[in-house]
Write a protein that binds this ligand. Structure first.
Ligand code: DWN
Length: 409
């Protein structure tokens, strides 16, 4: 099986005018957590290099890892992060309120994961999930959320329309960035939608990646790092209209984008496009300062951790997010510095981080071991976690928040 191919043209506009803006070196796959027996063999590593398209401004990876390697057996479960599950429950409620008229109306979610969103609305309309992860699709079906275990494609779009009809709403949260053939995705969604249907999707916003120095969101699953400008280019290329956009403080900052066959656009779209222009997101120079910010933060965090280790301090990690593995591997922070990591995802407990071999335990372990410092790898949930772990702090543990800038709270 070919595990990694190289694209030489932009995945939205097909221009070959791509400029490299960041090179994180050969890196293990961010969600390829290891069992103990796998520690002896080297994790496969693939180039992790970010490019900017001079024509449509899409920031993207050109080294494309085989999706079957990335997603067929997946460790990420939406419901393991309560704030995220709540965020998607609220989206489900909004969709019902604004777009669903009868129980016969169909909602399709691409990348439906464990059915966290569809499960919250399936009594009020017809729902179908699509997800390639065999382990997770099985669990969603067991929960009564009808899930087709497959990668979304034009052919699957045709099959779904033949079998279930057209959808009033198609949803795809934290999925569009993972898909290599964006034209097939958008054309397949267009085929699924009724004439008044809407495609609602959430993607991490490249303005936050650049603004916050949150480089750890860069890993092989995330092929694209979108601006609204680049998404608008894509929608127009398949005859769809960018209808609305809202920014949420999720995964740093994510855009929720509404796309449809209608011609009406909310004024939010023009305002957002103007803001992006003002931020220089369509200019290569904006991205060149990005790597400097990362190197400065790397020096600050590594120096802090090495000094704490020299003082024999006990340091653990909190949360084993995919992004955490980009940071740990690029900053070369391994099991000699971090004693263990805790995570609420049962699938990850008992496993080890790829490349750095740090063991992962359930959250209780943190309370048993009474650490001096806690490196918050799931920094995007800092508010929730700091509230939840007040006792740990009362016992003297200090939290290190590594992104956007290393700081101790
Ligand atoms: O696109 C993707 C993003 C959106 O989600 C996927 N490629 C994979 C995944 O990335 P991630 O793993 O960086 O996502 P999260 O949601 O930032 O991961 C948080 C991790 O932290 C989870 O493993 C759960 C864990 N966690 C925890 O241990 N205690 C989370 C919370 C809120 C907690 O209190």
């Amino acid at each position: 099986m070919i595990n990694c191919t190289r694209k030489t043209t932009c995945r939205i506009c097909r221009s070959s005018d791509l400029i490299k803006v960041l090179d994180l070196g050969k890196t293990p796959l961010a969600n390829s957590f290891l069992q103990e027996k796998e520690l002896l063999k080297q994790s496969p590593r693939f180039p992790l290099r970010l490019y900017f398209c001079s024509v449509c401004s899409l920031v993207q990876l050109c080294d494309v890892v085989n999706p079957a390697v990335l997603f067929k057996n997946y460790h990420y479960i939406t419901s393991a992060s309560k704030p995220l599950a709540e965020h998607f429950r609220l989206l489900g409620a909004e969709v019902l309120r604004r777009f669903i008229k009868t129980k016969k109306d169909l909602i399709i979610e691409i990348g439906s994961n464990d059915g966290a969103l569809l499960g919250s609305i399936k009594k009020r309309c017809r729902t179908i999930g699509v997800d390639p992860a065999e382990n997770i699709a099985k669990a969603a079906n067991r929960k009564g959320v009808k899930t087709i275990c497959a990668f979304f494609s034009g052919r699957l779009s045709e099959k779904i329309v033949r079998q279930y009809g057209h959808a009033k709403v198609v949803i795809a949260n934290n999925v569009v960035a993972h898909i290599n053939d964006l034209h097939e995705l958008f054309l397949g969604v267009k085929n699924l939608l009724t004439a008044d249907g809407v495609f609602i999707f959430e993607v991490h916003w490249v303005g936050n990646l650049i603004g916050s120095g949150g480089f750890d969101q860069i890993y092989h699953e995330h092929l694209s790092y979108f601006s609204l400008h680049s998404l608008n280019h894509l929608a127009q290329s398949v005859g769809l209209t960018m209808v609305d956009v809202v920014l949420f403080p999720v995964h740093g900052q994510s855009m929720r984008v509404y796309v449809g066959k209608t011609k009406q656009r909310n004024k939010s779209v023009a305002a957002f496009l103007t803001m992006e222009k003002k931020r220089g997101l369509n200019k290569i120079k904006t991205y060149n300062t990005f790597s400097k910010k990362i190197e400065d933060n790397k020096k600050k965090l590594v120096r802090l951790l090495f000094n704490l280790k020299k003082q024999k301090k006990k340091i653990i990690g909190y949360g084993a997010p995919a992004k955490g593995n980009t940071l740990l591997n690029y900053f070369k922070i391994d099991n000699k510095i971090i004693d263990f990591i805790t995570d609420t995802t049962p699938l990850k407990q008992g496993l080890y981080t790829p490349g750095t071999h740090i063991p992962i335990f359930a959250p209780e372990k943190a309370r048993e071991e009474r650490p001096d410092y806690v490196l918050l790898l799931s920094w995007n949930y800092a508010d929730t976690i700091l509230k939840k772990e007040k006792d740990l702090q009362k016992e003297g543990a200090k939290f290190i928040i590594p992104v956007p800038e290393t700081r101790i709270v």
